[in-house]
Design a protein. Sequence first.
Length: 438
Amino acid sequence: MNLRAITFAKRRSVHGILFFLQVASIVGAAICSPQTGLVAQDGWRIELGSGDFRSSNSWTIDNGQFQDSAEGDETRLELSRISKFINQAATRPTAKPQWEIGLRDSGNLFCVNFSSLERVMLVGLASGAECEMPRTEVRFVRRIGEDRIPKEPREWQTRLAESASDEDALGLIRDSGWRWVDGKVGAIDEDSIELTIGDQTAKVPKERIEGILFGSTLSLAPVTGLATLELVDGSRIYLSRLRVAEGTVQAQTLRGTPFTVPLELVALIDLESHRVQWLSDLKPSTIDWQPLLASTSTAERLRAFNLPRLNQAQDGSPLRIDVEKILALRRIIETETFLQGMTLPAGSRLAFALNGQYRKLTGLIGFAPAALKSDVRLVIVGDGRVLFERLFDPLADDVAREISVDLSGVERVVFETHYHGGRSVGAVLHFCQAQIWK
């Protein structure tokens, strides 16, 4: 089989899991079918982008349009006007998931068992459905348990990066302790996994398997697309196409795999989260910094260091801010690291062209922990109009603040950090997780 994998074997005793899978005739399709004992659909809450909502028991989605036929009145809306569909009758399944299957588009499936036939992974979801997914879309399989190994150990990525062939496989076996061995994953059935170590091949009972990480030349897909589908068992599938009719969701994953599931197994259809992007992904139209007091000879050198930066701190390290957490009724301040955002030293001016395409800006703003802390005023201006203004005080703002700014119709947004009373020299704000929403 043309794949790489990391196999984790762990000695443990577990109860057997009854598992039945029906092989679909079309390889490469992901098709789910319901089992008995499911709660019937009892109404949906439909949230609109305007903040309003409506309830409905009878609705469809087709060709990018939502149609509601409740109470004999027909309503049609563009799908772009709807944020979420929430199943108000959704209940967690009684079956306890035993495995998590991670997909290459960052989605995941929670299941009671899995097997593999040819190039298709056959999955029994905890929701009571049966599903199949192309093996090329599977990134890892991990046993769910309190003593499981970390989700993404660095060794996984390091060893896979060193592998040049799809035939390579790595295994982790626990004897007296964890040790790495070279191996290859073969057939996967309901009760065991075929594992080759050196020149010996054996079927390893699933009771000993901690997980599998599949290697592939396919890169991870970005989480973009049309919608996120969440099932009642917690499984999450990212969709590029969506149709709902006759109590069935007919969709397509980001990698193009058809996916069909009964609507009664769906807890949430989230459209809003796919209408967001990082502000720092846009190219700034203006990047500037002005000193409070500086001679001509030092202004340019200071300017080079103090210009606003995207996705990094002044020294090139990741962005960090102090955040507040409540643990056991106690207030705790921790420093967290973020990959996306902006560094705004006092005296900064940073502008982006939005062309009226976005409706709001959200994020976390706080002082850079490693910089000097003094009063600094942040002003966000849209088309010459002040949208947000706040004086950040090191005493009052010892932790980052969440903000949400209305960007409706804004063509150009400008971020300005003003010196305050001559005391802002050296003050630096980090605007982390800055996101713009359509």
